[in-house]
Design a protein around this ligand. Structure first.
Ligand code: AMP
Ligand code: ZN
Ligand code: FE
Ligand code: FE
Length: 294
């Protein structure tokens, strides 16, 4: 905000954001609006990484061309990690690849198998909600728990998405139902098969100490992993350093992004996360180089 005129001013475009969600998955804003926020935040290049879907990429590229922002095609795939999940980001993939398209369709189908079971559990808990309502709000094939959270918000059952997850939707909560997921090695292989660069998303979610995470990354690298999301909205400085160390030791690419979702993560903004995120532009060149020689 310009203090004198009270008008929003664009920042100097000197940062990137390689982790963003739109209405094509569980983000609350369409690509053009996400790109407009990126412009305001001073983002020079970004990746749209919707869950299990690449359909938002053409619209994003178009908006990027209008605003002078480079758009990298991306995706985020959830994989099984014991009782929990490990997310793999894919960059610079051939997003029109028909085999990739079949695999992503399978992942979206596994959402449609799980979601009505979540709804049934919520109904048993006395919450009046239907899957039709959730699908209508989502308006996309990639329907996720954040969409369910938003319907619960609209109906006044919860005040925030966080409350919906904390009370019902998170793992070990009464509305939780796991879904069929690929192994990390499969998610990685699917991205590689589409000539993409697979990157471990938000390592903080894995909840391992530095030695444990190093070991995991070593294994994932042997399975084809090429990078680690070192910079992330909720990483503390000490964690960022730790993940950077791991990436350097294993010669993995370093990436970063906000994981912007809009209303379901209201504290996270495009390009700046919770305010302290700055993904350096210089990380893009090595990523592009790796993409050029696949
Ligand atoms: P799903 O992919 O349908 O299993 O939903 C998982 C998604 O929900 C994650 O990728 C996050 O984007 C989002 N999520 C997980 N925990 C929370 C939370 N506490 N508050 C808001 N969104 C969350
Ligand atoms: Zn999400
Ligand atoms: Fe994720
Ligand atoms: Fe994400």
């Amino acid at each position: 905000m310009d203090r004198r005129t009270g008008r929003q001013v664009d920042r100097r475009a000197d940062r990137i954001d390689l982790h963003l969600h739109t209405t094509y998955s569980d983000g609350s804003l369409p690509p053009a609006e996400v790109l407009a926020l990126a412009k305001k935040a001073g983002v020079s290049a970004l990746a749209v990484t919707d869950h299990d879907i690449v359909d938002g990429i053409p619209e994003s590229i178009e908006a990027g061309a209008r605003l002078g922002i480079e758009v990298i095609p991306g995706v985020e795939i959830s994989s099984r990690y014991g009782e929990s999940e490990l997310h793999i980001l894919g960059y610079f993939l051939d997003w029109q690849d028909p085999v990739l398209s079949t695999r992503l369709a399978w992942l979206r189908a596994s959402r449609h198998t799980r979601n009505p079971r979540i709804i049934a559990k919520l109904n048993e808990l006395g919450l009046a909600i239907t899957y039709e309502e959730v699908k209508a709000l989502a308006g996309t094939e990639s329907v996720g728990r954040p969409h369910i959270a938003r319907v619960l918000m609209e109906k006044g059952y919860v005040q925030s998405a966080k409350e919906a997850f904390d009370r019902y939707l998170a793992q070990d909560k009464p509305g939780y139902v796991p879904r069929e997921l690929p192994e990390p090695a499969e998610a990685i292989a699917w991205i590689r098969a589409a000539h993409g660069i697979p990157v471990l998303a938000h390592p903080v979610w894995v909840k391992l100490n530095e030695a444990g995470l190093l070991k995991l990354c070593e294994k994932l690298k042997a399975e084809g992993l090429m990078g680690v999301e070192v910079h992330y909205s909720t990483h503390k400085p000490q964690q960022t350093r730790e993940y950077l160390n791991i990436a350097r030791r294993l010669d993995l690419l370093v990436t970063g992004g906000s994981d912007f979702h809009g209303v379901t993560k209201p504290d996270i903004e495009v390009g700046v996360g919770r305010g302290g995120l700055k993904v350096p532009e210089m990380l893009l060149e090595p990523l592009k180089k790796a993409a050029a020689v696949r």
